[in-house]
Design a protein around this ligand. Sequence first.
Ligand SMILES: NC(=O)c1ccc[n+]([C@@H]2O[C@H](COP(=O)([O-])OP(=O)(O)OC[C@H]3O[C@@H](n4cnc5c(N)ncnc54)[C@H](OP(=O)(O)O)[C@@H]3O)[C@@H](O)[C@H]2O)c1
Length: 312
Amino acid sequence: MQTHKLGLADVQVSALCLGAMYFGSRNSQADSERLLDIYTDAGGSFIDTANIYAWWVDGFRGGESETLMGEWMRQRNNRSQLFIASKVGFGYADVPITLSARWIEEECNKSLKRMGIETIDLYYAHVDDRNTPLDETLEAFDKLVKAGKVRYVGASNYLAWRLEQAKWVSQTHQWAQFTCIQQHYTYLPLRPGTSPAPQVFANEDLLDYCRSTGMTLLAYSALQSGAYTRPERSLPDRLVSADNDKRLAMLRTVAQEAGVTVNQVILRWMIQRDIIPLIAASTPEQMTENIGALNFQLSAGQMQRLNEAGTD
Ligand SMILES: NC(=O)c1ccc[n+]([C@@H]2O[C@H](COP(=O)([O-])OP(=O)(O)OC[C@H]3O[C@@H](n4cnc5c(N)ncnc54)[C@H](OP(=O)(O)O)[C@@H]3O)[C@@H](O)[C@H]2O)c1
């Protein structure tokens, strides 16, 4: 699979990252393993999970995704070929929402144990915590790197100015720095004044910050749960506007011209803008369609029309 440099880290990762959020909960063990196999058979090696996945699904407590990943890696004996990302910071079960040193260390140990691995390749702060000093959080992440439990650290759901603040704290102390930022992002921009809080949407400010610093944006919820193409699902109100109707029309036009699907255009548009989309799927057909975003190219003219649609 095509690769992409992971922001400030000196490492290449798959251009499409596989989201494992519902593996082991909403997606059965057999379905999840099949989806993981399809992704890795296509050459993908970058898999995204978190300690909390997926506590909010009825009958589950969190940790199921990591446990399933561990089982699958043991069965396939493929740990060394993968780049595994996990996260800490949101609350679940008896764990509070926090990035305090104690919980970062405890949760990292739990994640390693669930997955049965010695090192997490990329460990994210899952959500900004304004109640814990950045120094405490960043020192805790640095200790994990020095102990070999984590290779790189990343941020998720942070504003650009907080990333810059974190960068200065890390550099001052020579601690491991956030290398990349994972944010809610899709082809349609948010209506002004709206937000998917507590998730943070990648706005122009953040995109500019990424371009200027070399930090890579990883986009989650890129396909808005399939709402771009599935008549039974609707886009959230915060993405509905007259300008966005024009963007939707442009997506359909370009998809038709290129002979691909609307979902593939969205993912491809991101890849060609140096963004790594997270793909998720609950069927082999969805997974194959999403991976198909790697098999074509949008022309410069198509990129320009997609970028400019709805902005006049
Ligand atoms: N950092 C964070 O705060 C954060 C937040 C959310 C997610 N994430 C990460 O990002 C990953 C993706 O997030 P997401 O689930 O919100 O992504 P998404 O792309 O918005 O939604 C994925 C869902 O869309 C549907 N779908 C996917 N491909 C499709 C296709 N080709 N055609 C029709 N429907 C399709 C499926 O829904 P059905 O299963 O219902 O069929 C699939 O489960 C997660 O697994 C997780 O790793 C991170």
